[in-house]
Ligand binder design. Sequence first.
Ligand code: GLC
Length: 799
Amino acid sequence: MITNTELEHKGNLYPTALITYEHDQDTISFITKNGVRLHIQVLRDNMLRLRYSTTGIFEHDFSYAVDESQPHGFNQLQITETETHIVITTEKVICKVARDDIRVGMYNHSGKPILEDELGFHWEESFEFGGNFVKMSKSSKDQENFFGLGDKPTNFNLKGKRLSLWNTDQYAYGKDTTELYKAVPFYMGLHGNMSYGIFFDNTFKTHFDFCSERRNVTSFWADGGEMNYYFIYGPQMSDVLTTYTDLTGKPELPPMWALGFHQCKWSYYPESKVKEITSKFRELNFPCDAIYLDIDYMDGFRCFTWNKEYFPDPKRMVSELEADGFKTVAIIDPGIKIDLSYDIFKEALDKNYFCRRADGPYMRGKVWPGECYFPDFTNPEVREWWSGLYRELIGDIGVKGVWNDMNEPAVMEVPGKTFPLDVRHDYDGHRCSHRKAHNIYGMQMARATYDGVKKFNFPKRPFIITRANYSGGQRYTSTWTGDNVATWEHLWLANVQIQRLCMSGMSFSGSDIGGFAEQPSGELYTRWLQLGIFHPFCRVHSSGDHGEQEPWFFGEEVLDISRKFVELRYQLLPYLYTAFHNYVQEGMPILKPLVYFDQEDVQTHYRSDEFIFGNQILVCPVQEPNVQGRRMYIPRGKWYNFWTDKLVVGGKEMWVDAPLDIIPIYIKEGAVIPKYPVQQYVDQIKMEQMTLDLYYKLGKENSEFYEDAHDGYEYRQNVYSLRTFKLTGKEDEIILQQHKSGKYSAPYTSFKLNLHGVPFEIKKVFYENEEVPLDQIHFNAEENSMIIDKEFSELHLVG
Ligand code: GLC
C-alpha cells in the first residue's frame, strides 16, 4: 500500500502561482508563492537562458561549457502582461510565462508554438545526496523529430529514444548502448519546418527522453545541480547550430597535416617497427601524415616517460620521421602510477594535486600502469602544472600531437568503471563531488593538454585528440568514437556517430577505421576507409591483438582501392580545409546530415546513410557485404555522379552502382571544387598549379575556397585567402566571377579549370571582358580544360 507519506517523499514538486517578477538589463526574475525562482535571460533575439531555483537562492553561476570570450548580452527587453501571462518579446521569439504555474511557452511571430512546457519544471528532493533531481518536460508535436546529443550509437533521429549522459569507457560497445564516452547535453527539435535547440548545461548525470515514455512528451532531467538550459530558435537548423557554437565555442584551425591520413595501432614498438611501418607507406606510395605511439612507448606506462629499450633516442626518431613527412602523435592517459621514485607522481603528491575521497584518502584506481592516483584537472593550478609537463615531449622531443585517452575517467575492475561518487573535485573553486565533476573531467584534461601543446609547439598549431568530452570541449580538441568493433554494424554506427557529433558542435571527429576490436575482412576495411576519408578526422586504429590493420595487409586489390580513396582525400584537402574554415568561423558542421541540408524536405528526417561533405559533395557509404551497388536518397536539386559526370535530378531514391572500388559520390551542380595534386603528405610538394573542377549549372551557385600557410597563426593577422566563385550558367555561356579577400598569396600562379557537364562546345573565352585566343589559355577540347591566371576576376566561356 502506498501511504501519503511515501507519495510525498517520492513524488514530484512543482512551482505554484507567480507572485511577482522584476527585471534588470537582460534578465527577468519570477518568484512563485512556494519560493521557486525562475531567471530568464535574453542573450540574443533567438537565445534565452532559463534557470530555476527551488529555494529562491541561486548558486554561483559557473560553466565550463560557455565560451566566455564570445560576446553575448542583450538589453532591449520588451515585457508585456496579459491576464494569464507575462510576455517577453524579441525580434525572433515570443516567450510566455504563465501566472498560474510559471510554465513557459515559446512562439514565433506568427503565433506558432515552437516549444511549450508540458509539466514544465518540477523536481524531486534527493534524500541521499541533498539537492534535487531537477526535471523538465515539454509537449512535442506529432511530426516532431530530434537530433544531436554527441556520440550516441543509436539511430540518427532520436525520436522514441531514452538516453543518459555519463561518460563511460565502453569497450566494444554496441548499437543502442546508452552511455558512451562523451556528454553533449544539446539537441535540436524540428517540426513544421521550424527548428530549435536545447542546451541543458548541467554536468551531473543527465537524461533525455524523446517521446519514449509518452508519445507526445519530451523530457530532460539531471541527478543534481540546477535546471539551467538554453533555448535557441532557428527556424533553420543552421541558425540553431551556429548560435549553439557561438555559445559553447569553436576551435582554432587545426594544422593541415592533422587532416591527412593517420595510422595508429596499439602499439607500434620498438622504433624499428615504427620505421618499418612508415617506410612501407612511402615505398607503396600510400599517403600518410601521422604515426601514433600508443601506451607501450612509455616506461611502465608512466606518463611523460619513454621506454629507453624500445626508443633509445626519441628525439632523433621523431626528427627522422618528420624528415620523411610523418608527424608523431603520442598518447597520454590521466592515471599516474603510484611510485615514489617517479618524479611526476612525487611532485603531484607533494603539491596535493591528486583527487581524494570524501573523507581524505587519495582516489586510488587501477589503469594500465597498475594502481594509480589521478590529477584533479578541475583545479586550475593542476591544469597549469599538467600543461607544463609537455615541455619535453613537445618542446624538446618534437612530438606534434597528443592523444588523451581513458579520461571518462576510466578505472579497471571496479563496478561502474569509474571513480566512486564521493571523490572530491575543486571545480575551479566551486568544490563538489564526482557526481558533478565526472562528465567534465576528460574535457578539463584535454584543455590542460591543449594549453601545454599550444605553448610548447608555438608558433605552430596544436593537435589534440580526446576520448571523453563535454559540450564546449570542441574549443580544445578533436575526438574519436572510442573502442568500436570490426563489424558491418559498427561501420553503420561510425557513419551515424560522426554525423551526430558534427550536429553537436564537435565536427573534428572520426572513428577507428576498420574497427578497434576484432579484425575486419579486406572488404569491410575497404568500405570503412571509403567512408573514413570523408570524416573530418581520418585514422586507422586497432587493438593489435587480432592481427594487422595496415592497408597492405589485405592484399593487392584492397591496397590499390584504399590508395585510390586516400589519394582522393589528399586531392580534396583544400575543399576540406575550406569546410574547416567555415566550421571554425561560423560553427557550420563539416558533415551535413541531409536533414540539416534540407530540413523542409521531410524525406530527409529519417535518413542517415547519406550526408553532405562540406557544402557540395554528397556521399553515401556502402554498409553491407557482397553488394555491387545500393539504393540511396538524392536530396533535392541536381547532382553530378562524381565517377561518370552523369547528371541526376534529386528528391528521390535511386539505385546507384558501387562495386568494391566505388562508393556513391555526387557533386552539386554549379559547384567549383578546389583540388590539390596527390601528395604523400601535406606540403610535400611546392604547389605549382591548383585544379578547379567546375560543374555546369543552368543558373547560379556560389562556392568558396579558403587557404593559408597550413599551420601557424598568421591567418589571424589577415594572412589568409578566401576566394568566392560565383557561377552563372546560361544555355550557351558560363560566367565565373572570383572575389578574393585576405593577404595570403599562394605559391602557385594558375588554376587548371576542368569543366564538367557543359552542354555546349566552347568557342570563345573572355578574360576580364577581353577575348583571349584558346591556345593562349591551353584550351584542351578533349578534356574540356584550360589554364587561367589565379587572380582572374571574371571569365566568360561562350558557345
Ligand atoms: C583504449 C583506447 C584505445 C587505445 C587503448 C590502449 O582502449 O580507446 O584507442 O589503443 O586504450 O591505450
